[in-house]
Ligand binder design. Structure first.
Ligand code: VGL
Ligand code: ZN
Length: 208
């Protein structure tokens, strides 16, 4: 059992990211049993939920003539336009019904501001606005952040990179993640994670 210095960060295991959902991550549902085994091995679990208002700036439908997966320039940089997903309080934003993480202590909701997206659980896409998670983990003297969930190349990768930037040791539990893989995004993300010193493991190793 992992103790107080370790936290399992379960990123965006939500209905809209599952096959059949609004922004389906291929085979996203396959990770749920593994995430459940991991959660049982951690005393301290934190969840994230992508949590957008209906008029969110990341939705292609909110930009005339734009299609999902195109990109636009926003004041904070390039933004991928997504299908409408994870709308606050809607069934698509709910956690997967077979996720077993009832002992999770904190749920970080992100992307709730209309004009700023947030892939990361730590800092919004303006790279400036904190979610409060780093301060919470520091105050509880957490040393290591173990990351799993969806999607490897977006919310999991950005969260892992920001956890490193905040000074934590970080492990990516690769087989407990699935990727969107848009225009080479997975390869790019894995390279950035490696450069940042994020350790890659599988769930077996993580639970050993
Ligand atoms: C995510 C795209 C848009 C994710 C969230 O959870 O990786 N990706 N919103
Ligand atoms: Zn989103």
């Amino acid at each position: 059992m992992k103790g107080p210095e370790d936290v399992l960060l379960i990123v965006d295991v939500q209905n809209d990211f599952m096959p059949g959902g609004a922004l389906a991550v291929p085979r996203g549902d396959e990770i749920v049993p593994l995430v459940n085994r991991l959660a049982a091995g951690f005393e301290h679990v934190v969840l994230t939920q992508d949590w957008h208002p209906r008029d969110h700036i990341s939705f292609a439908a909110n930009h005339d003539g734009r299609q999902p997966f195109e990109t636009i320039e926003l004041p904070y940089g390039e933004q991928v336009l997504w299908p409408v997903h994870c709308v606050q309080g809607q069934p698509g934003a709910a956690l997967h019904p077979r996720l077993e993480a009832g002992h999770a202590r904190l749920v970080i909701r992100k992307g709730y501001r209309r004009t700023i997206d947030s892939y990361s659980a730590f800092v919004e896409a303006d790279r400036h606005s904190p979610t409060g998670l780093a301060g919470y983990l520091r105050e509880l003297e957490v040393k290591r952040v173990w990351c799993c969930g969806l999607a490897t190349d977006y919310c999991v990768a950005w969260s892992a990179l920001d956890a490193r930037a905040a000074g934590f040791d970080v492990v990516l539990i690769e087989d407990a993640c699935r990727a969107i893989d848009l225009n080479g995004s997975l390869e790019r993300a894995l390279q950035q994670l490696q450069d940042a010193g994020v350790v890659r493991m599988n769930a077996e190793q993580a639970l050993a």
